[in-house]
Design a protein around this ligand. Structure first.
Ligand SMILES: NC(=O)c1ccc[n+]([C@@H]2O[C@H](COP(=O)([O-])OP(=O)(O)OC[C@H]3O[C@@H](n4cnc5c(N)ncnc54)[C@H](OP(=O)(O)O)[C@@H]3O)[C@@H](O)[C@H]2O)c1
Length: 291
């Protein structure tokens, strides 16, 4: 089942993980000049203040004519701040020098330094969800959501007084691991969830020697790169995508995915879907152990 993401989110976002402090600045400047309007950060990436500084440069510049409302800014509640979500949100707003976020996510379903099996995790994430809902009502955030939540974690939220209608879900998605994302969409059909994928290149597996010939073949036939093939597959499936690049050519190629994605046929999409039938391979942190 394919359901399109919330119409107002730019479908290709700039990832900023591992671009700590000043390292994010040249990348963000290049990205905004090239046309990126969706920036994904998080308190634990340690770059919100530097992103805020670069954005101020653009707001002040006559050359680009960029205002706050032209951008989509996502940030995330750190697992270290699960017990103080409102304070954490206010800190992110101050660091990013913005009165509101377009999207604020609970980054991880557990508190840092607590065992995954601790019942405290559930209490904290439900309380945090209440705080995020209140913040949305107060206009501090336009949209709210969760990241790295399983179907079970989402079900708990859906049973709270706030529910999960119109929420965003950010999670690992690539040809070797995408069925959990599809299951969430199927199980919560009717809740109008928007999915955003990260680690689309499967933490390097797409570039490895054992990358399936199928992807190479589609790349050769369509004259796209392997990365463009996989990003197009994800967009054709209706997911927004986050990609990080420090290379200008790559930044351009990634931003242009909406223009090239229709090069893939329905058969290409189904064939890429089947790659994970050989066994799902999750590459990033795994929330399935979190109670
Ligand atoms: N919610 C979460 O828990 C979570 C977890 C992980 C990531 N994220 C978000 O998702 C974003 C993306 O994930 P990521 O940063 O881990 O990695 P990624 O975007 O999947 O991969 C980044 C790598 O891909 C390369 N690359 C990018 N575009 C390319 C292209 N067109 N052709 C060839 N190589 C390309 C980059 O190298 P070059 O610099 O050479 O292009 C870089 O080495 C993060 O930055 C973050 O914002 C969220």
């Amino acid at each position: 089942m394919v359901r399109e993401i919330c119409a107002s989110i730019p479908p290709v976002g700039l990832g900023t993980f591992r671009l700590k402090h000043d390292a994010v600045k040249p990348v963000l400047r290049d990205a905004i000049r090239l046309g990126y309007r969706h920036i994904d950060t998080a308190a634990i990436y340690r770059n919100e203040a530097e992103i805020g500084e670069v954005l101020q440069e653009f707001y002040a510049s006559d050359e680009y004519n960029i205002a706050r409302e032209d951008l989509w800014i996502t940030s995330k509640l750190s697992p270290y701040d699960m017990a103080t979500p409102r304070n954490a949100l206010l800190k992110s707003l101050a660091a990013l020098q913005t009165p509101y976020l377009d999207l604020y996510l609970i980054h991880w379903p557990a508190m840092a330094r607590k065992p995954a099996s601790s019942p405290e995790n559930k209490r904290l994430r439900l309380e945090a969800w209440g705080v995020l809902n209140e913040a949305r009502k107060q206009g501090l955030v336009r949209h709210i959501g969760v990241s790295n939540f399983t179907v079970e974690h989402l079900r708990e939220l859906s049973e709270t007084e706030w529910g999960i209608k119109d929420a965003f879900v950010q999670m690992e998605i690539h040809p070797w691991y995408w069925r959990d994302a599809a299951e969430i969409q199927t199980d919560f059909e009717g809740h109008n969830l928007s999915m955003v994928g990260y680690a689309l290149l499967a933490e390097g597996k797409l570039m490895a020697d054992d990358c399936p010939e199928l992807i190479e073949g589609i790349a050769q036939r369509t004259s796209l790169t392997k990365v463009q093939v996989v990003l197009s597959w994800a967009r054709k499936r209706g997911w927004a995508i986050l990609v990080k690049s420090e290379n200008e050519t790559h930044l351009r190629q990634n931003l242009d995915i909406p223009e090239v994605m229709d090069t893939l046929t329905a058969d290409d999409i189904s064939a890429i879907d089947e790659i994970s039938l050989g066994g799902e391979e999750k590459r990033c942190w795994d929330p399935r152990l979190v109670k």
